[in-house]
Design a protein around this ligand. Sequence first.
Ligand code: ARG
Length: 292
Amino acid sequence: MSTTNDTTAVPTSARIAQRRRYLMCRPEYFTVSYRINPWMEPTKPTDTAKAVRQWQELYDAYVSLGHEVELIDPVPGLPDMVYTANGGFIVDGRALGVKFRVPERSGEERPFMDWFAANGFDVVEPVEVQEGEGDFLLVGDTILAGTGFRSVGDSHRELAEVFDREVLSLRLIDPRFYHLDTAITVLDPVEGPGGVERANIAYLPTAFDAASRTILAERYPDAIEVSDEDGAVFGLNAASDGKHVFISPRATGFAAQLAERGYTPVPVDLSELLLGGGGIKCCTLELRGGRR
Ligand code: ARG
């Protein structure tokens, strides 16, 4: 499926890169020793050195394009800590911690909350089960919140209370796309000189139930609809600064759709980290606001 939406709404020259601040975790202890999503095969060997090299390419790509990257120390025995998107959700200097659905990752909750506190964020300890920016995406002033596999529906109400923003709940239905950030990419700047500006997304329609697809179509009529082929190579698990979109090199159709609309795809191959069921966005947690 390819998009039929209007691609002329924003001239390509209008794409403006915004400086982002991200939290990443070097995958020094990365391996696949358990199976908590369909991508993980504990019997298949992993190559930690390769994971670190590929991760370094993503880090270097962010830094070379002017973004600031903070690091949290990896903890031995927590092989999934590289997927920092699941460490919290941060807006306006307030960091909501996470409460993992999967017991294998609960050891990460405290280190992430400690890092937020030590780095000047106001930490809110969560009550409900949710997995942070893996399932919560800020689009303009609205938070899109996923449920179905990991974060529970009640966490969406808690999210709205903590951040005092509109929350749109979306239901994921395909186990390969178990976190919202595997099925939606936030493309545009969140804020500009005039406040919140355009906010657009790309998404994988087949990852959602019918009611969620209706919400997405109504709210984001200009969205890029991505094909199942590009979804299946984790193409949507991408990060954007409003101009550059860091994506899997395998998502060639999505890259072409982005280029048509004036974005600059920046391919970064995280094939080794995909063995754990994660990609570019999973390895990236956005830090919004907070003391420097
Ligand atoms: N193995 C990890 C898990 O299943 C991968 C997390 C991917 N993170 C993400 N934000 N989609 O929890």
